[in-house]
Design a protein around this ligand. Sequence first.
Ligand code: NDP
Ligand code: 2IT
Length: 447
Amino acid sequence: MQNPTLIHLFEQVKSRNPYETEFHHAVEEVLSSLEPLFEIEPKWLENGVIERLVEPERFIHFRVSWVDDRAVVRVNRGFRVQFNSALGPYKGGLRFHPSVRPSIIKFLGFEQCFKNALTGLPMGGGKGGSDFDPKGKSDGEIMRFCQAFMSELYRHIGSDIDVPAGDMGVGAREIGYLYGMYKKLSNVHAQGVLTGKSVHYGGSLVRTQATGYGLVYFVENMLKDKGEDFKGKRVIVSGSGNVAIYAMEKAQELGAVVIACSDSNGTIVDEKGLDLAMIKEIKEVRRDRIQSYCEVYPHASYIADPKALYEFACDIALPCATQGEIQIEQAQSLVEKGCRFVAEGANMPSSLNAIQYFLDQGVYFGPAKAANAGGVATSGLEMSQNSLRLQWSFEEVDQHLHAIMDDIYAQAKQTAILYKDPDNLVMGSNIASFKRLAEAMLAQGVI
Ligand code: NDP
Ligand code: 2IT
């Protein structure tokens, strides 16, 4: 960062939010890539727009007490950040993971404001979750936890107020338990209060697949710009959860060979191409460890280290697990092994150094807030269907999703070209989303 005003603002963010390193990272990425905009149009630094953008409108922190299967009382922390409502009701997922703390929720909420702006849909930014660890919990424990979580959250949300959805550790099962409790407490069957619902009571077709499919649609655009496509490309995907599984599915459908994926314990590699049906069976049905893939397919190998994924030769890497998984070492290893395209399915998987390294080395890089926006975009389509009280077909939602991802790519690319760094989609998507958000904030006055 060179601009003295921005440097001052960023120092202020750090001193006001001490120890929140993930939040600092997210703010630094955005502020530093807005510099070319402020050089040409310094007006965007006026009216406290940046000062307001980096301060959440509201941060809710609550206790979640529940009883486990051994009748022991357990206490977790619940959070919801309502970051920015300039574009619409707060919108963003809930994460259940032991690493969840205010810094994680704030970085995710901050990112979400810009991501949602890129979708073009009327959604503000929010995020929430808990340090609850779903691993090893029975179905009854998951249900009781979700009910306890909602017994506080329900008073802060609503279809025109704040609309949560899933994220790590929160899928259709958890959304179902959360929705049931919301309905009971509020006495309102307001389907638009949560997205990612089952299709049996107001969910949208394609929402399950949306983030992964959307990521691959985004990468299709990146490849097309370089005169290439997915056919025959070697792809590695980190994680084996919701985003990873459907990214692998669509990449395979388009002719790619997906050779490796991971979970928090380790990496599996299958040079013949992964059998996705088996991965779905292991992760979605059995909720088991990815290692068990190798019991079924002895030709595949398992390495008890999730970061080992980045040591395999590939054309395209799709980090779809969690923040911070690509540090400079993993970025260097990817480049050494010939990787030329990286696109982020996860939120903030790459460190700032790693991103800079990719840009310097000519790796075409798709940043999270653009590349993984398909999930929240389809949540927006779910809200539309709930308002209309009808359900669109799979094909119709998929077409909308595809068009939105093409449009997000076009916004990022055209803005990058306009600000004279044509392959810098980080800068392109940050400037494009900032302008939409800032216009909406300025139009609504200082509130
Ligand atoms: P899931 O909980 O469905 O899956 C997460 C996966 O990541 C699991 O396979 C998990 O393994 C794995 N994982 C966790 N930590 C690590 C690690 N350190 N190394 C390797 N693998 C790891 O979550 P989602 O797929 O929904 O979310 C993944 C990422 O995508 C997150 O960053 C999320 O914020 C982002 N995202 C999600 C969207 C959505 O719609 N769901 C939308 C946009 C972004 P294990 O089973 O061992 O825990
Ligand atoms: O990070 C994300 O964009 C999500 N977890 C999806 C949020 C949503 O509201 O669908």
